[in-house]
Design a protein around this ligand. Structure first.
Ligand SMILES: [Zn+2]
Length: 64
């Protein structure tokens, strides 16, 4: 899991820092780094996650 600053804010505390899952076994949810509220319904965030995974996932790990 990594902690990143995204161009969005937590609906509960207003933080723009979020924890993103980076491992296949981790929860697929994105959580606010400040209050740990789950933020997973945002379309922009989905795009951010997909872009991140494209950039950081080795080709031989993409099959799953
Ligand atoms: Zn929060």
């Amino acid at each position: 899991m990594i902690c990143v600053t995204l161009d969005m804010q937590c609906s509960l505390c207003g933080s723009d820092r979020f924890h993103l899952p980076t491992q296949p076994g981790e929860s697929p949810h994105v959580r606010c780094a400040n209050c740990t509220a789950v933020k997973c319904q945002t379309l922009a965030l989905e795009s951010t996650l997909m872009a991140y995974r494209r950039e950081h996932t080795p080709p031989h790990h993409r099959a799953a």
